[in-house]
Design a protein around this ligand. Structure first.
Ligand code: NAP
Length: 446
């Protein structure tokens, strides 16, 4: 074996991901050394309980509860504990002690990213986080490096495996949300408390990370518009299928040009961005429609490169460990090469538009009284609200037997401003002819 310089690697956390990282580092140490140009010595693993059972066999003497002692003196610190504290404090300690940091912690980066990247800049260190956005899928490096010479226009991502698993089964089997969620919990695809997944918090964290990178702008988590999938029911799924769509929880990060900001202000460069997470209709022929089960995919549209699709496992201990180890090799190369690490570029500093300023197409499903003049009232209300109709389909769902029955109207709109659309839907609901607004869904990807 080549006589490489030895680097001290400290691991914080040995759960689903950390235990696999430790095992692979030990198993493939020689190969990784050849790729990194440095021997990677796993010097210790900080956990809460060193005697807890692990997914893989690891020597007991590697475990410690003293993370600080492990961090000081390490060349590379891999943070796989998750959560905000003590992860944040310990990453800052690692950077301050001259280590490069690898982390998969989306919650931390989406909330404290600027603080961590600033701390790295100040000491010339690097923070690697390939596993923080879509598990095993390489997307951070493509955005940061491969597309550094291009201009990203839009990212549409299925970045949460749990919700994709639920929506995919609802679509394919016609099952109910609650039944599939219970199954997903039993199979380990969903947590006992599924809030972070089904309410879109996890996807919003990843959207903030992806948008920050893609648009060279620090995107705070609060600027990400977030809706989850708990409102999606069997009826909406059936209607989507009937109209040639599938419902997916999408993270959409978009560059917009010539959009007025709040109070009529304009962006200094004429550009702004929108970052949003919601269940949306996408055409069944779109590449994202064929992302099944718990898989993730990120569809990137760039000015010169055109359309790119990144697809694979968005979670899983060993799959995520692959992305983490890729980062460890990069960190080792940088550590050996020396010099200042390349920081995050946030120089574009584009304004993030509120959801009301975004334009998309919509599909509005209404239950109305089945009598003459109703369609004209609905059409008139939409037109008054600057929402232009592209398609209308009316189906009688209850015959009236002398009285007016109930009809369902599905309206596809041209692109409309979200603010106009939501005000118009409120007016429709109050119009007296609409019995129920069944659903309002955005249409993306056409
Ligand atoms: P996990 O299974 O819950 O494991 C967490 C590990 O961190 C455990 O070993 C735990 O110690 C240790 N730990 C937690 N708090 C600690 C503290 N205060 N001090 C010392 N050790 C502490 O987590 P995971 O699923 O591996 O996830 C790790 C990170 O990867 C998270 O940021 C997560 O978002 C990210 N990630 C995970 C996946 C995935 O598929 N799981 C995918 C992408 C990204 P004990 O073992 O002693 O309890």
């Amino acid at each position: 074996m080549t006589d490489y310089r030895r680097l001290r690697v400290a691991l914080l956390g040995a759960g689903a991901v950390g235990s696999q990282v430790a095992a692979l580092l030990r198993k493939h140490g020689d190969e990784l050394a050849d790729r990194a140009g440095a021997a990677l010595d796993l010097v210790g693993i900080a956990v809460r309980n060193p005697d807890a059972p692990r997914d893989v066999d690891l020597p007991r003497e590697l475990f410690t509860t003293d993370a600080e002692e492990l961090i000081v003196g390490a060349d590379i610190v891999i943070e796989l504990m998750g959560g905000i504290e003590p992860a944040r404090e310990q990453i800052l300690l690692a950077l301050g002690s001259g280590a490069d940091v690898v982390t998969a912690n989306k919650a931390l980066l989406a909330t404290h990213g600027p603080e961590i990247f600033d701390a790295a800049d100040q000491v010339g260190a690097s923070v690697y986080y390939e596993a923080a956005a879509a598990g095993a899928i390489p997307i951070i490096r493509p955005l940061r490096d491969s597309l550094a010479g291009d201009r990203v226009q839009r990212i549409m991502g299925i970045v949460n495996g749990t919700t994709n698993y639920i929506l995919d089964r609802m679509d394919r089997e016609g099952s109910d949300f609650g039944d599939v969620l219970a199954d997903a919990q039993a199979l380990g695809y969903a947590e006992a408390d599924p809030t972070a997944d089904i309410e879109g918090y996890d996807a919003a964290q990843k959207a903030a990370i992806l948008a920050s990178l893609a648009f060279h702008t620090a995107v705070p988590l609060e600027a990400v518009h977030r809706e989850g999938i708990t409102q999606v029911d069997k009826q909406m799924m059936d209607a989507a299928r009937h109209a040639g769509f599938v419902i997916k929880l999408l993270a959409v990060c978009e560059r917009l040009t010539g959009q007025p900001l709040e109070n009529g202000a304009e962006s200094p460069t004429g550009e702004a961005i929108s970052v949003r997470v919601y269940p949306a209709l996408i055409p069944r022929e779109h590449p994202l429609a064929s992302v099944h089960g718990a898989n993730n995919a990120v569809f990137v549209q760039a000015e010169a490169a055109g359309n790119l699709m990144f697809y694979g496992a968005g979670a899983g201990g060993v799959q995520t460990a692959s992305a983490v180890l890729g980062d460890v090799v990069s960190a080792a190369r940088r550590h050996i090469a020396g010099g200042v690490g390349v920081g995050e570029s946030t120089r574009a500093n584009l304004p993030v538009l509120p959801i009301g300023r975004v334009t998309t197409r919509y599909q509005i499903t209404l239950e109305v009284s089945d009598e003459p003049g109703v369609l004209a009232t609905v059409a008139g209300t939409l037109s008054d609200g600057r929402v232009s109709i592209a398609t209308v389909e009316q189906t009688v769902i209850t015959e009236g037997n002398g009285e007016p029955g109930v009809a369902r109207i599905v309206i596809g709109t041209h692109r409309a401003l979200e603010q106009d659309l939501s005000e118009t839907v409120d007016r429709l609901a109050a119009s007296g002819v609409v019995g129920r607004v069944v659903s309002v869904l955005r249409v993306e990807g056409d």
